[in-house]
Design a binder for this molecule. Sequence first.
Ligand code: FDA
Length: 303
Amino acid sequence: MTNFTRDFFIGLSNNKFLNEHARRWGFRFGADKFVAGTTIEDVIHTIRKLNMWGISCTIDNLGEFVSEKAEALKAKEQIIAILEAIYNENLDCHLSVKLTQLGLDIEQEFCVDNMREILDKARQYDVFVNIDMEDYAHYIQTLDVLKALRAKYDNVGTVIQSYLYRTEDDLEELKNVRLRLVKGAYKEREEIAYQTKEEIDREYILIAKKRLLGDAFTSLATHDHHIINELLHFIRENNISKDKFEFQMLYGFRREMQYDIAQKGYNFCTYIPFGNDWFGYFMRRLAERPQNMNLVMKDVFYS
Ligand code: FDA
């Protein structure tokens, strides 16, 4: 994909007007291939099916960059309702949350309070909560919030992005934290992030190997079979125990490969987004992979 096309979709993903209006449109452009429905009931059905295949899930109540307290509080209540559903339905599932959905842009302490309520309930139900990493503008705040929460909770972790130069240095401080490793989905400046696929992939492999040799649990989140194969080789060569890591992919991507990895006895977790706030998430998926545009075309021409 050209940088122009990638930047175009990332630009759309940040567009407030389109994000707000898309909530009212319902799913469009084939977004339903990547978003598992609008209600908790829709998602429970999907998670149950994946659990039957030996795949665990992480569930994301879509939404980000919230600027009104009332909206952040509503999101917190929805997330607590999801926790209730995970517990009541006995699902093999944890939570993924975005701090900007819980008020990080409004006031950091307000966001921490919302997270505390979520984590209290999650701890009661023995559910892990992962904080997604957003753009670099929120990076330091996210690590600050994580640190404040880790003082009281051990059922919380976050995400590291291999495209950031500083990730390797930050690993030391995060060495005891459960982390998800990703390449990074936002457009970041050359001053702070690697720009080429070669560099980002090289860093991903380097960081993944360091984490696999360390003590804390790591979720290896990628659809890249070259990287997965290299890491599987490394895992076998170094006798790394299967309970120290899992592979993760997004809902709707490389389904056969997801089943295949789980069937081979590795822990596998599918990231399940749901809700009306699908636009920003979907635009970032288009930015990553031009082939996803085929779905948009089919939807436009055949619906
Ligand atoms: P990439 O997109 O570089 O693809 C590499 C190669 O894999 C392709 O060239 C192709 O050969 C193959 N491939 C990829 N997709 C394929 C497909 N559908 N079919 C066939 N071949 C395919 N980002 C972030 O900044 N913060 C976050 O919190 C998260 N969270 C997150 C959770 C999970 C579970 C995942 C999988 C990803 C994220 N991300 C994320 C997104 C992440 O940063 C990244 O943008 C995407 O995963 C795309 O990068 P990949 O590693 O998948 O490979």
